[in-house]
Write a protein that binds this ligand. Structure first.
Ligand code: SAM
Length: 236
């Protein structure tokens, strides 16, 4: 999670070389999450995913719809794009319209997704940045409570229910928000879960502005200024 445009280096856990190409030019209303390195890392994982014919796909926490557009381009039969932000959904509509892609934007969260599921493919770039302060509307795109897991925990906990048998979920998060816990939660439901790919990137302005909190919470080593983004893949 950074707003830096610096090059991204593959991390030690990368399952294969990671190339994070610049985000495609997406329309984005004010306040909507700007596609960043995590966007590109997840999109690359979707690009390598075998999407079955007739697939029902979900992009949870869709923002501009970057992942939903990739799913539609890759041939998913239906793509549901969920977000709490009305501006995000308006951005998705514009981005889908200008590309002639069929996406169904809907205001909602995990509960909405559970009501619409199950799906063959679920992708999510949820908020996962550990935050010392309560999440407010303007930071909802990235802040996720003191351990960064306010959205990850319920999502990982209900992964099996969201997926059809044989279905795949891809989630991107930071090592700072406990990748091992996500893997444990996914595996505990009988899913095959592993790291799909990762990338180490320099702290952007958000993390740079809260290094004291991160150090005090034991989430980073003193002086650490790089984070590792990880895409998890879970198969039912
Ligand atoms: C990190 S951004 C990801 C945007 C986009 N998917 C991408 O990859 O660039 C997270 C998005 O999740 C939305 N969001 C935050 N909490 C949510 C929740 N509980 N349910 C659904 N969407 C949520 C935010 O409004 C924001 O658009």
């Amino acid at each position: 999670m950074t707003t830096s445009a610096e090059p991204v280096r593959p991390g030690p856990l990368a399952a294969r070389p990671v190339v994070l190409s610049p985000a495609p030019r997406l329309l984005r209303l004010p306040g909507v999450y700007r596609p960043q390195e995590d966007t590109a890392l997840l999109a690359a994982a979707i690009g390598d995913l075998a999407i079955p014919p007739g697939a029902r796909a979900l992009d949870l926490c869709t923002g501009t719809g970057a992942q939903a557009l990739t799913l539609a381009r890759r041939g998913a039969e239906t793509v549901l794009a969920l977000d709490l932000s009305r501006r995000a959904l308006a951005s998705v509509r514009l981005n889908a319209l200008t590309r002639g892609l069929r996406i169904r934007p809907r205001r909602g969260d995990l509960t909405t997704a559970l009501g619409e599921g199950p799906f063959d493919v679920v992708v999510a770039n949820p908020p996962y940045v550990p935050s010392p302060a309560a999440t407010v509307r303007s930071t909802r795109g990235w802040d996720a409570g003191p351990d960064g897991r306010a959205v990850l925990d319920p999502l990982c906990g209900r992964a099996r229910t969201l997926l059809r048998p044989g279905g795949t979920m891809l989630i991107v998060q930071s090592r700072l928000s406990d990748v091992d816990k996500s893997l444990e939660m996914l595996t505990a439901q009988g899913l095959r879960a592993e790291v799909d790919r990762s990338a180490r990137i320099p702290f952007g302005p958000v993390l740079s502005g809260r290094t004291e909190f991160l150090e005090a919470a034991g989430l980073i080593e003193p002086g650490q200024r790089m984070e590792e983004l990880v895409v998890l893949r879970a198969v039912r």
